[in-house]
Design a protein around this ligand. Structure first.
Ligand SMILES: [Fe+2]
Length: 379
């Protein structure tokens, strides 16, 4: 299966796009210990170290490790200088995503459009160069303290950005278990989801995909609202959640409390063999949300799912969820939060035609999350 099929790409005409986006550039994290985190993502998530910046390369402020898995690029940063702004960010938010960087063909055109639509420009377009060429770069603000850096790397051949040196692991690491980034979910403030949908529509020319509201995502106790925006070809997809009023504290409320405001909640990583991915990660100690057997025995669900590529028992033994819509089906599973705070987590997704996000699983999923919240004393 091609990467395009894997992440549900659609045809589109870039001519009238006011803010053309080629795809994801990098997800940049601020973490408490980048040196150890980089090892975790190599040895547990099967990512490959490709570049580095730190005191040895003249960067006195922080360590930064650039890791890849197929089309996914993560950059893990941790403060070295006690005065590093990264440490302030980490004090406020814990391990989290500071930057969802996007690759664009024309940085200046994007920034001009964004500014005209009222976006906050954090970094004006400028060139950065080294012996590998020149990158044109700028940054705009999005929800919370998160930013979108816009990168045109068409004239650059280096391992990441100027200031970084190529670096490889030097010891054996496991095989890759995911190939592409499918979507990044943002949790925003109560009552502000539509503002952020409007931001992505106006400022970045994103279009609205599926819309989930109210009843769709309510359990007996808690609720949330969610809408999805996507770039023209659907390569970049941003579901946006806000808490809704329920009998108890929702998972979005818990996130906002512990992250200290809006931020990126989960990243969905696309795999072409979710069974192998889950087996490999579980063998290395990654914990996934448990799915009750009743989920697989529900006759309504069985009927709706129809035929999938493996027997249901294979999914049940691993806790993998299935959802089907008019276009096809998808298999998905969610990890528990990976950091110390109950904030950021991962989804693994294997798409077979479906362009959705697993709406049919939301109730079962949220009930599983509520069980975990209760164990943490936050429900
Ligand atoms: Fe998701």
């Amino acid at each position: 299966m091609s990467i395009d099929e894997l992440v549900g790409l659609v045809e589109y005409d870039a001519k009238n796009d006011p803010f053309p986006v080629q795809g994801w550039d990098a997800v940049v994290w601020s973490v408490g210990n980048a040196t150890q985190t980089a090892l975790f993502y190599q040895h547990v998530f099967g990512m490959e170290l490709v570049a580095y910046s730190g005191p040895e390369t003249g960067n006195r402020d922080h360590h930064a490790y650039v890791l890849r898995s197929g089309g996914v690029r993560f950059v893990f940063k941790g403060g070295v200088d006690p005065a590093s702004a990264l440490l302030d960010h980490h004090r406020r938010h814990g391990d989290g995503i500071v930057d969802i960087a996007l690759e664009v063909p024309d940085v200046d055109r994007c920034v001009e459009h964004a500014r005209a639509e009222g976006a906050t420009v954090l970094e004006e377009p400028h060139d950065v160069s080294d012996e590998h060429g020149t990158v044109r770069i700028a940054a705009i603000a999005t929800y919370g303290e998160t930013r979108h850096t816009l990168v045109d790397r068409s004239r650059y051949r280096g391992p990441y950005l100027p200031g970084y040196v190529a670096r490889t692991t030097g010891h054996p690491t496991p095989k890759r278990v995911f190939q592409a980034l499918d979507h990044v979910v943002g949790n925003v403030e109560l009552g502000r989801m539509d503002e952020w949908v409007d931001f992505y529509n106006r400022v970045m020319g994103f279009t609205n995909m599926a819309e989930f509201v109210g009843e769709d995502i309510a359990t007996e106790y808690s609720a949330l609202m969610s809408k999805v925006v996507a770039s023209g070809n659907h390569k970049v997809k941003f579901p946006l959640n806000e808490p809704a009023v329920g009998k108890k504290r929702s998972q979005i409320d818990e996130y906002l409390d512990y992250y200290g405001g809006p931020g990126a909640q989960h990243l969905a990583l696309a795999t072409n063999d979710i069974l192998r991915t889950v087996d490999a990660l579980r063998a290395r100690g990654v914990e996934f949300l448990a799915t009750p057997d009743s989920y697989y025995e529900d006759p309504e669900l069985r009927a709706r799912i129809g035929e999938v590529r493996v027997p249901i028992a294979e999914l049940q033994s691993r806790g993998i969820l299935v959802d089907r819509d008019e276009d096809g089906y998808l298999l998905q599973i969610f990890t528990k939060p990976l950091g110390d705070r109950p904030t950021v987590f991962f989804e693994f997704i294997e798409r077979h035609g479906s362009l959705g996000f697993g709406i049919g699983n939301f109730k079962a999923l949220f009930e599983a999350i509520e069980r975990e919240q209760a164990i943490r004393g936050n429900f």
